[in-house]
Design a protein around this ligand. Structure first.
Ligand code: HEM
Length: 451
């Protein structure tokens, strides 16, 4: 018995296989239906009938209990192992306990506080460069240029690369690999380990391994070049800061750790931000009053740093992340030590999921939750258990501050560089793409005026 309580949790009734398929096929519909039927907390058999049930919750009090529990209370379980062929086993997302905390402490400083300011000009310059290449004579899919912007930002700001052969090679190779892994057929390789057979470069897994090895060779070459003669000193990029970082025992990160963290930041920091931006552009351009309020605010502010402080721009980003959060759930937590909440006791092995989508759709917290209303973020402050697009607690997103900073600057630069509008297209729906929820069809836009 994994859960004991005086009031049992509502449990989904259909067979386990149906529950699993319904969640994979259309996760938003799945959560919306269950929330309507069972409320903010329910138990579902989405991992199969032999596996423990998964408890999803959007109830702020339950979420708070999960996020504020000590780190050793939970482990991550097998979910993130899916990414290990890409990220490696020294990646932040593969670690638990003290090792996880150590890596987090090393990674946090370059992604927070005053450090962000040193990346502002680069972010704005990359965005302006890509904006200048948008076609003015025909509709285009905005997802692609957005993904290019966020990938270039990672390569320059995180890896510290500048224009040149290694930069060009990584940009092309990583762009292609990340594009492939969001393809449902290609991504099934990661979910079904028996398919991971290297039968040469023509076999799917063999092909993946060779592509990854070529990228790794470029990353290790960059690390070696940077170590040579301490070339990382006096540089502001994240790789250089990590090369200089020491933990409490004075230990530096190994090449392997550096490689795994860089690939993790790339994997989790690129598509997520690009997809959030696609949603932001959709909402802004589907509501003329939002667009004009935003334009009015931007018109009064020219300087890069000032843009990141604008209240309405901030509210637009928050509301975008609320309505269709890119990640619908925080990472599932597997109970390690008996865990209690209210009159419920969860035994080791129970899987608890703080569900971002359920919390963001609570009418008790957000009136008319299906409507895009940035104003709500100006009228009220929401707690970290009511609004948490970046998860929470000891495993919260380490790129949260960086992502928001990036989103604001990219949006402001795009809106200042050109006048975009939505091209005629089928109604936009949220669809799953890899691990993120994106606007269907990649969002077709047109340029009215290039400034
Ligand atoms: C809008 C953009 C983004 C969204 C919505 C997002 C969302 C999330 C969420 C929901 C989690 C799980 C948190 C939890 O389980 O409590 C997460 C984890 C993580 N994210 Fe992000 N993220 C974004 C951008 C980024 C960026 C830009 C980076 C890095 C540059 C990044 C790096 C990470 C890492 C490394 C983790 C794992 C943390 C750990 O396990 O300790 N993310 N993110």
């Amino acid at each position: 018995m994994l859960t004991t309580c005086t009031t049992p949790l509502p449990a989904l009734s259909p067979p386990a296989l149906w529950q699993m398929l319904a969640l994979v096929a259309d996760p938003i519909r799945f959560f919306a239906r269950q929330q309507q039927r069972y409320g903010d907390t329910f138990s579902a058999q989405v991992l199969g009938w032999r596996s423990p049930p998964v408890i999803f919750t959007g109830d702020p009090e339950f979420v708070q209990a999960i996020f504020t529990a000590p780190a050793e209370q939970f482990a991550l379980g097998k979910v993130t192992q899916v990414f290990q062929p890409l990220t490696g086993d020294r990646s932040l997302i593969a670690l638990d306990g003290a090792e996880h905390q150590r890596q987090r402490r090393l990674l946090m400083p370059p992604l927070h506080g005053d450090r962000l300011r040193t990346y502002g000009e680069t972010i704005a310059a990359i965005t302006a460069e890509v904006a200048a290449t948008l076609p003015s004579d025909r509709p285009f899919t905005i997802r692609q240029p957005l993904a290019d912007i966020t990938l270039q930002i990672i390569l320059r700001v995180v890896f510290g690369l500048t224009a040149g052969s290694r930069y060009d090679q990584l940009r092309v190779r990583i762009g292609r690999l990340l594009e492939s892994i969001t393809d449902p057929l290609y991504s099934s390789l990661f979910f079904f380990p028996p398919l991971q057979q290297d039968w040469g470069s023509w076999s799917p897994w063999g092909h993946f391994r060779r592509r990854m090895a070529a990228i790794d060779a470029l990353i290790y070459a960059e690390i070696a070049a940077r170590r040579l003669g301490d070339a990382y000193r006096d540089r502001a990029d994240i790789l250089s800061l990590l090369l200089a970082a020491r933990d409490e025992q004075g230990e530096a990160m190994s090449d392997r750790e550096l490689r795994d963290q860089l690939v993790t930041l790339l994997l989790l920091g690129h598509e997520t931000t690009a997809s959030s931006l696609a949603w932001a552009l959709y909402w802004i351009h589907s509501q003329p009053e939002v667009l004009s309020q935003l334009r009015a605010e931007l018109a009064g502010s020219g300087e890069t740093e000032a843009l990141t402080q604008l209240p309405y721009l901030n509210a637009v980003c928050q509301e975008t992340l609320r309505l269709y959060p890119i990640a619908l759930i925080a990472q599932p937590r597997v109970v390690q030590l008996p865990f209690g909440w209210g009159d419920r006791q969860f035994a080791p092995g129970t899987i608890l999921v703080a569900c971002i989508y359920l919390a963001h759709q609570r009418a008790a917290t957000f009136a008319q939750p299906q409507q895009f209303q940035p104003q709500r973020f100006l009228d009220r402050k929401f707690s970290a258990c009511e609004f948490f697009p970046f998860g929470g607690g000891s495993r919260s997103c380490i790129g949260a501050a960086f992502a928001l900073y990036e989103m604001k600057l990219i949006l402001a630069t795009l809106l200042q560089a050109s006048q975009l509008y939505l091209a005629p297209q089928a109604p936009i729906r949220p669809v799953r793409r890899g691990i993120t929820i994106v606007p269907s069809g990649g969002l077709q836009m047109k340029i009215a005026v290039n400034r």
